[in-house]
Design a protein around this ligand. Structure first.
Ligand code: ADP
Ligand code: MG
Length: 358
């Protein structure tokens, strides 16, 4: 298990990158704590696999260093880094039995046969394949093969880090939940440093202690699920996390007040005079649909999603979402919204601006 340091790291797939746009991974500097479970979350193409493969040693960064427990491993091989990695699609030895596939990483490192037998049994149980341990891998479904890949990734207890790159893509939906739970319990049991790549916020938020949100080759925020919810540091985090995501509304801000199409709102904190692209971010959970007081809206649609209602409305030509409780009647004269001042965030050019306490 190791602390992972990303020092001045960046990567371009071009031999002579011209500008920032040529970098699939823009410069980053971070320390990832030993024994924590991280999720790398972002949409397809944002650089998640690039970063993961640099950490595992499959890819050499065009700039910067990577350290495990303060030791420079930038040029070390994956084997020397002592890492287990599981990919999106199964990698199994078809001619071997399930048991031998699972045992492979242990045999390779010369582990004691008694220990191997017992550990393989344990992993077989975790991935729900105990009954198939003596079957050959050939002929198994993609789903079963991927479970073997996952099992092989988890079999060694002495790795520095366990890396998963969208490992549940080909897994059946009901088994996904089961396997994610297993990975979590594995983490609790052994305390490995784990990095789990996904584009699915639910997967990231349920798996990880810390979620690393990536957007366009950049890490835009690292935080607990709660931090990402309450204080998105970038508007992308606001949109991407939550369902529906945060409302982002153009505004002018001066001191403690925001002006939205001529209506003035109290922000609770002071911001001075802001210039650039200025926006207010407010989660649908902190917007209330009311009568008589607040900003004028036109309700377009009400969706009942079980635990609550989602109201889709129009605010000065801008779509706004409101989460209302399931039992709240929504009448035609409810044509105003108010925002909870404790949950309003201010953004300048997409980045969070922290105001001064009033
Ligand atoms: P993600 O895993 O988040 O979907 P990737 O890290 O695979 O994203 O890709 C990030 C960017 O780098 C994308 O624009 C992708 O097209 C590009 N890219 C990925 N792999 C290569 C490669 N081997 N050669 C050139 N460009 C690549
Ligand atoms: Mg990828």
């Amino acid at each position: 298990m190791a602390k992972i340091t990303l020092d001045n790291l960046a990567h371009s797939y071009y031999p002579n990158p011209k500008g920032e746009d040529d970098f699939a991974l823009k410069e980053l500097n971070h320390n990832w704590a030993d024994g924590e479970a991280y999720a790398l979350l972002g949409s397809s193409g944002c650089g998640k696999s690039t970063l993961l493969n640099i950490i595992s040693g499959l890819l050499h960064p065009s700039q910067g260093r990577i350290l495990f427990d303060d030791k420079d491993v930038t040029h070390a091989s994956t084997a020397d880094r002592n890492i287990a990695q599981v990919f999106q699609f199964p990698v199994v030895y078809d001619t071997m039995t399930v048991r031998n596939n699972l045992a492979f990483p242990l045999k390779n490192r010369g582990a004691d046969p008694k220990y191997i037998a017992q550990r393989v049994q344990q992993i077989g149980q975790m991935i729900g394949m105990e009954a198939e341990l003596d079957n050959r891998a050939r002929g198994l479904t993609a789903d079963a093969k991927q479970k073997i890949s996952l099992g092989r990734g988890m079999v060694r207890e002495d790795v520095n880090a366990l890396l998963f790159d969208e490992p549940l893509t080909v897994i059946d939906p009901h088994m996904k939940w089961e396997l994610r739970t297993q990975l979590k319990s594995l983490h609790h049991e052994f305390g490995h440093t784990m990095i789990y790549v996904t584009h699915d916020q639910t997967e990231a938020l349920t798996f990880a202690d810390k979620v690393v949100v990536m957007y366009d080759g950049r890490v835009v925020q690292i935080g607990t699920p709660q931090e990402l919810f309450e204080r998105p540091e970038h508007t992308f985090v606001g949109y991407f996390i939550g369902s529906p995501g945060m409302n982002v509304i153009p505004a002018q801000v001066s001191g403690k007040r925001a002006n939205v199409h001529g209506s003035s709102l109290n922000l609770g904190r002071g911001y001075g005079d802001l210039t650039g692209k200025v926006e207010i971010g407010i989660r649908p959970e902190f917007v209330s649909l009311t009568q008589g007081k607040g900003l004028p809206v036109t309700v377009r649609r009400v969706e009942d999603v079980g635990r609550h209602k989602i109201v889709r409305a129009d605010l000065f030509g801008h779509e706004i979402n409101i989460v209302a409780s399931e039992d709240m009647p929504i009448s035609a004269d409810m044509n105003r919204v108010t925002f909870d001042p404790n949950h309003m965030n201010v953004y300048v050019n997409d980045w969070l601006k922290v105001g001064e306490a009033a």
